[in-house]
Design a binder for this molecule. Structure first.
Ligand SMILES: [Zn+2]
Length: 156
């Protein structure tokens, strides 16, 4: 458990990971350690396959004082919404185009309503609409047992 390389902005720390069952190197920004409010500084290193997290406790001299392993992580992301419009239509995956065009026409609809326009099955549209939602092009609200999709920013 020691510092091995010391280049400008980054310090490369070496430690043993009990999940990998081997030594690993962890690059840590010098600034994180130098500007810490207290020591040891905790630094989480996500790595490996399957992914896991090794939390390093590093003192002011860049020495690792301890480690802790975490096999799980929760990452919360704020969804970035890009409202569907004619320009967006040009760059979305081709298989979603008819669904997207139907939504531009309907503004607000469920999979069944979109299916009546595209001529595909509701189940297929439900999948496409879900993908467009995840890509941030549509918003959705759950109504009983189905989703109502709408163009972002639309007042319903
Ligand atoms: Zn590991």
């Amino acid at each position: 458990m020691s510092k091995v390389v010391d280049i400008e902005d980054t310090v490369t720390l070496r430690t043993y990971c009990h999940s990998c069952n081997q030594d690993i190197t962890v690059p840590v920004s010098r600034a994180i350690i130098d500007n810490a409010h207290s020591y040891p500084v905790s630094h989480a290193h996500l790595h490996g396959n399957p992914s896991h997290i090794l939390i390093l406790y590093v003192d002011s001299q860049y020495h690792i004082r301890g480690t802790e392993l975490s096999e799980t992580i929760t990452i919360e992301r704020s969804r970035k919404v890009t409202p569907l419009n004619a320009m967006v239509l040009l760059r979305i995956p081709p298989r979603y185009k008819r669904t997207a065009m139907a939504m531009l026409k309907l503004h607000q609809a469920n999979a069944h309503e979109v299916a009546t326009i595209t001529g595909k099955k509701s189940k297929v549209e439900s999948y496409y609409l879900g993908s467009l939602f995840r890509l941030g092009y549509l918003e959705r609200t759950r109504i009983k047992n189905y989703y109502q999709y709408s163009l972002p920013g639309l007042v319903s």
